[in-house]
Design a protein around this ligand. Structure first.
Ligand code: FE2
Length: 396
């Protein structure tokens, strides 16, 4: 082992806990190989190591982004030696006379390949029986306690729907909460919209009618990832929210009606908005999945579908599978139902949690709900950043 030294910086601002320590480091043909204290072994390509070398020659010390082009490295670059410092940093020697590099062991561990990494997200799937109400947190406490705020965000990520309650009726509060997550993503309904009854509605949402379960913005190349509905006042009768976990519907279809599941993954529907002042169109399958089969998004909205231009055989397949999906979306088995109470802020994953509502009596009271959109990336970034700062606080 070499001398004890402080651990090198990493090519990012993340935290890299050293949950296992390197025991043996050696140069192999075309790789650095590390055997870890937990018995696992990982290998790193010379190009990967070189372009993540934290030395100031290859990494901008402020931005922590590499300054290298892939072609700056020799084609036959090789690791020629490897050693472990007493402090745990791994020192790599190079061919072509390159200066030695030092790597943080937590970064190497966190970026190690240890066999097949399962392609699964954090989603916790639910039916109405398993989850009768959204995970709910006290709003004022969450706004003053970063740990509880993080819990709300994690619930939103994992369940696809999460609620703050008891928030005060304040102008601008919704935007101030959004500021803590990420930028608002505007739409043809504006930066923020109010769910109200319009004389000349450009969406069924702006009527008092019941709304079938749907996602918003299926007319966009990438529909908005998150939606936030802040109920500031509600004395109307009816209008309860009806939510369903479309990932759960997809999972059940895959097992119980596989032919419909496959059709829903394959056949692309086009969606177009019906507005006199805009004309958005986009196409995609109802169920979006990765190559390994993980469901990553839903594009489902009954009243924004354009006519399907397809062979008769495909029309039949498309409609039968769409009806199979609708039968579940409209089944009480999957429907979480609850009233919008003043002070409630509903946050949901617009590409996963179908939302709808019962009709309401427009003449019987006031209903004031503000809405904004954002994206999943903003949520995930906010979660990682908050976890990082809370972890730093704990170790400070
Ligand atoms: Fe909607």
């Amino acid at each position: 082992m070499k001398d004890i030294g402080s651990l090198p910086i990493t090519p990012d601002f993340d935290l890299w806990p050293v949950t296992a320590t390197p025991q043996i480091a050696r140069a192999e043909q075309n790789a650095l190989c590390i055997e870890w204290s937990d018995g696992r072994i990982s290998r790193y390509h010379p190009f990967l190591l070189a372009e993540n070398d934290p030395s100031p020659e290859t990494l901008h010390p402020l931005s922590r982004e590499t300054t290298l082009s892939p072609l700056d490295l020799p084609d036959d670059l090789a690791v020629t030696s490897a050693a472990i410092e007493a402090g745990g940093a791994v020192v790599v020697g190079w061919s072509h006379g390159r200066t030695e590099s030092r790597f943080h062991p937590g970064w190497l561990l966190g970026n190690g390949w240890f066999g097949d990494r399962p392609d699964q997200g954090n989603a916790i799937l639910w039916t109405a029986e398993e989850q009768s109400k959204p995970p709910t947190f006290d709003g004022p406490t969450a706004l003053s306690d970063p740990k509880l705020f993080l819990s709300w965000l994690l619930a939103l990520r994992d369940y696809g729907v999460a609620r703050l309650e008891n928030l005060p009726d304040q102008d601008g509060l919704l935007m101030r909460i959004l500021d803590r997550i990420g930028p608002v993503r505007e739409s043809n309904f504006g930066r923020m919209y109010t769910l109200e009854i319009k004389d000349d509605p450009d969406s069924n949402a702006f009527t008092s009618d019941a709304l079938l379960q749907h996602i918003d913005m299926p007319t966009r190349e990438c529909p908005h990832g998150l939606q936030f509905l802040f109920c500031r006042e509600n004395t109307s009768l009816g209008g309860e929210g009806v939510y369903a976990d479309a990932y759960r519907i997809a999972a059940d279809l895959a097992v119980e009606e596989p032919e419909h599941f496959e059709a829903l993954c394959e056949i692309e529907w086009t969606y177009n908005n019906r507005s006199k002042t805009s004309d958005y169109r986009a196409a995609g399958p109802v169920i979006e999945r990765t190559e390994s089969g993980r469901v990553t998004g839903i594009r489902y909205n009954t009243w924004l579908r354009a006519p399907l231009v397809a062979s008769l055989e495909d029309q039949d397949r498309a409609y039968r599978s769409y009806r199979a999906f609708a039968a579940r979306a409209q089944s009480p088995k999957y429907q979480m139902r609850f009233a919008y109470r003043p002070g409630d802020l509903l946050a949901f994953d617009n590409r996963r949690a179908l939302h709808g509502r019962n009709g309401y009596d427009a003449a019987g009271g006031v209903r004031f709900i503000e809405g904004v959109y954002s994206d999943r990336d903003d949520l995930h970034s906010a979660i990682r950043s908050l976890e990082r700062s809370l972890s730093q606080e704990m170790t400070a």
